[in-house]
Write a protein that binds this ligand. Structure first.
Ligand SMILES: Cc1ncc(COP(=O)(O)O)c(C=O)c1O
Length: 396
């Protein structure tokens, strides 16, 4: 992974580094397409094979049939395209957790504005104890927040800010028992590649993922798993030739399966790159084994942070996966952004978050114990500037 050279990297939840074999697979695929001719009869079997192989592999990773998978460009489009295709009636309620990504929240707000829906918050940002307690509390709060008008629940599988894990299968069962059977939209940005997702992906109506974070694939390719009932009720939204059952004619209608949410021309070499990255991860062990390693490393970091009296982890129990968020106890301490900048000068890369204001370090299977020690030492020496600095912000 060239991206890991000469630096200590903790931003896997922002973007995973691309392994050299994946970069080579992208280059090889691009060359093959050019050599065969990019729009020739000779190239189509090659292209179809690459797409079908990745769809099949992802079906295994997500634990659903390949007919339930649509390729997208990223997590956000995987959430938004099917969401906008659902039937809405004015007055219905959208219950959105207070830990969702701003892009998805904005899309829900606009949906609500156009269809006269009401948005209601589901408070989960304060669930910082162990995962079991958090799971029990989120179910309790969800049950209390549901109304006869609730038509959609939006929640992430692994919360990008606190690092807490949500009990998606239990949430799905609760919603199925509810008389209105609200749709369940799950943002899987932080989960695919970091923990087993099959049960959650199979239980949600929309389970959206990307290849460019924990899967260490190239940016620009994501996947969404859609439920059978959603496929029966949702209309395609952003429509193109790939949405059509007969791509040469608009008369035949849309694909009956999830491909109705695919649009048009995509960059095929990215498919080859993601397929290679997934194979490399598979070679490192099962998803349970990889999750265990990620969680073990995150727990070491979390434990090390407990020994620094100047810092406070957001989670009060060891993290359930690879996200470790923390902040300075002293309100006059440098801002998280200033600390990120200072650590960056030491080539240690983590990120700051705005809500709640904190720093976030991620551990992946490639993280090394020495890297954790290095971060802990730098934080202990508090080699951070005396006052806050500004820096450009990115919401990803
Ligand atoms: C929870 C969550 N949702 C959505 C996104 C946006 O991802 P994408 O750019 O793939 O849509 C991110 C990116 O960090 C995220 O962490």
């Amino acid at each position: 992974m060239p991206a890991l050279a000469h630096k200590t990297y903790f931003n896997y939840g922002g973007q995973g580094p691309l392994p050299t074999p994946s970069l080579e697979a992208i280059q090889r695929c691009w060359s093959t397409i050019q050599e065969l001719g990019p729009f020739t009869n000779a190239v189509w079997p090659e292209v179809e094979g690459i797409v079908a192989r990745l769809r099949q592999r992802l079906a295994g990773w997500l634990g659903v049939s390949s007919q339930r998978l649509a390729f997208t460009e990223n997590v956000t489009s995987g959430c938004v395209l099917p969401l906008w295709g659902l039937p809405w009636t004015p007055g219905e309620h959208l219950l959105i957790s207070d830990c969702e990504h701003p892009g998805l929240v904005a899309a829900c707000r606009e949906l609500a504005r156009r269809h006269q829906l009401q948005i209601q918050p589901l408070a989960i940002a304060d669930l910082r104890g162990n995962a079991e307690q958090a799971e029990a509390l989120v179910l309790e709060r969800l049950e209390a927040a549901l109304t006869p008008q609730t038509r959609l629940v939006v929640i992430s599988h692994l919360l990008w800010n606190t690092g807490q894990l949500m009990p998606i299968p239990a949430i799905a069962s609760l919603l199925h028992r509810h008389p209105a059977s609200p749709w369940l939209l799950v943002d899987g940005a932080q989960s695919l590649g970091s923990l087993p997702v099959q049960r959650a992906a199979a239980a949600a109506d929309i389970y959206a993922c990307t290849g460019h974070k924990w899967c260490c694939g190239p940016e620009g390719l994501g996947v969404v798993a859609l439920s059978e009932r959603l496929l029966a009720e949702a209309r395609p939204t952003l429509i193109g030739w790939r949405s059509l059952s007969d791509e040469g004619s608009a008369e035949g209608g849309f694909h009956a399966d999830a491909r109705r949410f695919e649009v048009a021309t995509s960059c095929i070499p990215l498919f080859a790159g993601l397929d290679q990255s997934l194979q490399l991860l598979e070679a490192e062990g099962s998803d349970q084994a990889r999750h265990q390693r990620i969680q073990g490393l995150a727990t070491r970091l979390w434990t090390g942070l407990q020994h620094n009296p100047a810092l406070e982890t957001l989670l009060t129990a060891p993290p359930p996966a690879g996200l470790v968020s923390f902040r300075m106890r002293d309100p006059d301490a440098p801002s998280p952004e200033a600390m990120v900048n200072a650590l960056g000068r030491e080539r240690i890369w983590l990120r700051s978050l705005e809500s709640p204001a904190c720093l976030r370090a991620c551990t992946h299977i490639v993280s090394e114990e020495a890297e954790l020690e290095q971060l802990l030492e730098s934080l202990a020496e508090a080699r951070v500037p005396p006052q806050a600095e500004r820096s450009s912000r990115r919401a990803r």
